[in-house]
Design a protein around this ligand. Structure first.
Ligand code: GLY
Length: 338
C-alpha cells in the first residue's frame, strides 16, 4: 500500500494505491451515511457491488457506458436520485468506473447542495493515472467536451490495481500512453525505465505511484490550470483533432500518442514511436489530415494569436511555447510519415 496526499489546504485528500483496496473501501472511506454509488455499464458489476457491500445506506446506479452519457441530463438524473432519497450535505457520491463516470459523478457531487463529499475509485488505467486526480469535473454540451464543469477536488481517491486484471489490452495500452506522457514531460528516468523494460506493465504499482506523485505535484502547484498544469496537455492539441476526426474509432490515449509524436525532437520521437508500437498503439493516422485540422481549428483554445503548445526535445523536460496556427499545421502535415 502507498498513500500520497494532494496538499491543497482544506481541500487536501489522500490517494491510496492498494491491491485489494476495493474490499477495504469501508475502512478507507467514510461510507457510514447515504451513498450514491455511480458506475457504468462497461464496468464489471462486482467492483461496485464490492463497494456497495461496505455501505449501510447505498443507492447504486448504473449509467450507460460512453461519452454520450456525460451530459446535463445524466447529471440531472443523479441529482434527482439524491433529492428523492433525502441526501443532505453530510452524504456522499462515489464513482466506480473510468474517466467518464468520475467526471460526471464528480460534477453531480460538486453541484448538489453546493458540494457534497465525492470519492473516486477509478477502474481503468487511464483514469487511475490521470483524470481521477486533480478535481476536473465536467459534462459535455452540444458536442463540446467538458464545456460545463468545475474544479472540485475529490475527498479521497482509491486506486486498486487488481481491477486492471479485467481491462482489455487496448484500454490498458491507452493508460500506459498517458503514463509515458507524464514521464516524457517530467521524469526522464521513468521514461528510460518504461521504454527499456521488457514488459512496461511488470512493475505497475510502482509506475502508478510515480506517475501519481508527478500529477500530485503539478496539481498542488497549479490547481486551476493556469500555468504549469497546461503541460499535462502534451499531445492533446493535435490528439483532440485526431480523436474528433476518428469519430470514436480511436481511443483518447491512442490519439494522445499520435498527437505527441509531431511535438517531439527527432530522437525522442523515434523512442516514443517504438514504445507505442510495442504497446500495439497506432503510430500513423491513416485518415484525412484535413479533417484533423478542421477539428483542431474548432478547438476552443486555438485563436489567430496562436496557442500554447507543449513540446519535448529531451525526456523529462517538457515545455510550453506559443506557436502560430501555421506551425501547428505544418507539424500536422509532416506528422505520421512512415
Ligand atoms: N487531465 C489533465 C489535467 O488534469 O489537467
Amino acid at each position: 500500500m502507498n498513500t500520497l496526499t494532494v496538499d491543497l489546504g482544506d481541500r487536501s485528500y489522500p490517494i491510496t494505491i492498494e491491491r485489494g483496496g476495493l474490499r477495504r473501501a469501508g475502512t478507507l472511506l467514510n461510507l457510514r451515511r447515504r451513498v450514491l454509488l455511480v458506475t457504468d455499464s462497461g464496468v464489471p458489476p462486482v467492483y461496485s457491488e464490492t463497494v456497495a457491500a461496505a455501505c449501510d445506506n447505498v443507492f447504486r446506479t448504473v449509467i450507460p457506458q460512453g461519452e454520450a452519457t456525460k451530459s446535463l441530463a445524466s447529471a440531472q438524473g443523479l441529482w434527482e436520485l439524491m433529492l428523492d432519497n433525502g441526501f443532505s450535505r453530510g452524504d456522499c457520491v462515489v464513482a466506480v468506473g473510468g474517466g467518464m463516470c468520475g467526471d460526471l459523478a464528480g460534477f453531480a457531487a460538486a453541484c448538489y447542495m453546493r458540494g457534497i463529499a465525492f470519492y473516486n475509485i477509478p477502474t481503468t488505467l487511464l483514469s487511475q493515472v490521470d483524470s481521477s486526480i486533480g478535481g476536473k469535473t465536467a459534462v459535455d454540451l452540444n458536442g463540446v467536451k467538458n464545456i460545463i464543469g468545475t474544479f472540485y477536488q475529490p475527498h479521497a481517491v482509491l486506486i486498486d490495481p487488481d481491477v486492471l486484471e479485467t481491462l482489455p489490452c487496448r484500454l490498458r495500452a491507452e493508460g500506459m500512453i498517458e503514463a509515458v506522457k507524464m514521464a516524457l514531460v517530467f521524469d526522464a528516468e521513468l521514461f528510460d525505465r518504461l521504454t527499456e523494460a521488457q514488459d512496461p506493465y511488470a512493475d505497475l504499482d510502482d509506475v502508478l505511484s510515480r506517475v501519481l506523485a508527478l500529477k500530485q505535484t503539478v496539481v498542488e502547484q497549479d490547481e486551476r490550470d493556469t500555468g504549469r498544469r497546461n503541460l499535462l496537455n502534451f499531445g492533446h492539441t493535435l490528439g483532440h483533432g485526431v480523436e474528433s476526426a476518428s469519430r470514436g474509432a480511436l481511443y483518447h490515449g491512442e490519439c494522445v500518442g499520435l498527437g505527441m509524436l509531431p511535438m517531439c525532437s527527432p530522437s525522442v520521437r523515434e523512442r516514443l514511436l517504438r514504445f507505442l508500437e510495442r504497446l500495439g498503439a497506432p503510430v500513423i493516422w491513416r485518415g484525412d489530415t484535413a479533417a484533423v485540422w478542421q477539428a483542431v481549428l474548432h478547438d476552443k483554445k486555438l485563436s489567430e494569436s496562436g496557442i500554447n503548445a507543449v513540446f519535448v526535445d529531451e525526456p523529462g523536460r517538457g515545455y510550453l511555447r506559443r506557436i502560430q496556427p501555421e506551425e501547428l499545421r505544418s507539424r500536422l502535415e509532416g506528422a505520421w510519415k512512415s
